[in-house]
Design a protein around this ligand. Structure first.
Ligand code: B12
Ligand SMILES: *[C@@H]1O[C@H](CO)[C@@H](O)[C@H](O)[C@H]1NC(C)=O
Ligand SMILES: *[C@@H]1O[C@H](CO)[C@@H](O)[C@H](O)[C@H]1NC(C)=O
Length: 135
């Protein structure tokens, strides 16, 4: 049994600001925004994921952290979230442009995931490249 004093001490600890948020941000990743179609400088951002969290979760956390990153996606009935715009730049069918998803693994290998932002589960320390490209 917890004494009232112990109980309130425990509650206080749980409510303390800055107490580590268990499980919510333990996988750090980088997000690099690149543009294969223009001579724009790359933008790099840091964000984090929950344990085994999806890329979309890290992108939301990054957007909410006011580092100047924003994105917009639509929901495909079969494959889930389709990334349409990043930092105000949008892919469009008429122009045959889109945001390509690439990943630099921790061993520096570059891969092109065979799933989108709603299914990809980054590993710690990966760099996710959101690359504006044509098809
Ligand atoms: C053409 C195509 C594209 C084109 C679509 C352009 C267009 N407007 O036509 C482009 C080049 C944009 C594209 C991009 C990607 N694609 Co694609 N694509 C295809 C492909 C070859 C045919 C789709 C099609 O035309 N179907 C016929 C039409 C009539 O049906 P539809 O339902 O309207 O098709 C739409 C969806 O397929 C959607 N779509 C296409 N790719 C993707 C990917 C994701 C994650 C989502 C949510 C939707 C989506 O775009 C189509 C047109 O609106 C399929 C493979 C296949 N054989 O089906 C892969 C496929 C759907 N794509 C896939 C992937 C992984 C991607 C990328 C994530 C690749 C990458 N690493 O960048 C990106 C999406 C990134 C993002 N922005 O979110 C996977 C999805 C698997 C999954 N479970 O997530 C598939 C199945 C191929 C594979 N590798 O197995 N793709
Ligand atoms: C931007 O990043 C891509 C992918 O890592 C790289 O290939 C390219 O050289 C970079 N461009 C600039 C201007 O740094
Ligand atoms: C990621 O990088 C950090 C800092 O360099 C390191 O402490 C950590 O062990 C790395 N994580 C993995 C899974 O490699």
């Amino acid at each position: 049994m917890m004494t009232p004093v112990l109980l309130s001490a425990t509650l206080l600890l749980l409510l303390l600001p800055g107490a580590p948020a268990t499980n919510s941000n333990q996988t750090p990743i980088k997000i690099l925004v690149a543009n294969s179609l223009a001579n724009a400088p790359n933008q790099t951002y840091s964000t984090s994921l929950a344990f085994r969290g999806i890329l979309l979760g890290g992108m939301r956390r990054l957007q909410d952290s006011n580092q100047g990153f924003s994105f917009y996606y639509t929901e495909d009935p079969n494959y889930g979230p389709f990334l349409v715009c990043v930092n105000g730049q949008c892919g469009c069918t008429a122009g045959r442009t889109y945001w390509e998803l690439l990943v630099i693994k921790e061993n520096n290998e570059l891969i092109r995931p065979d799933v989108g932002i709603g299914c990809y589960i980054p590993c710690a320390n990966e760099t996710i490249i959101l690359n504006y490209n044509s098809y």
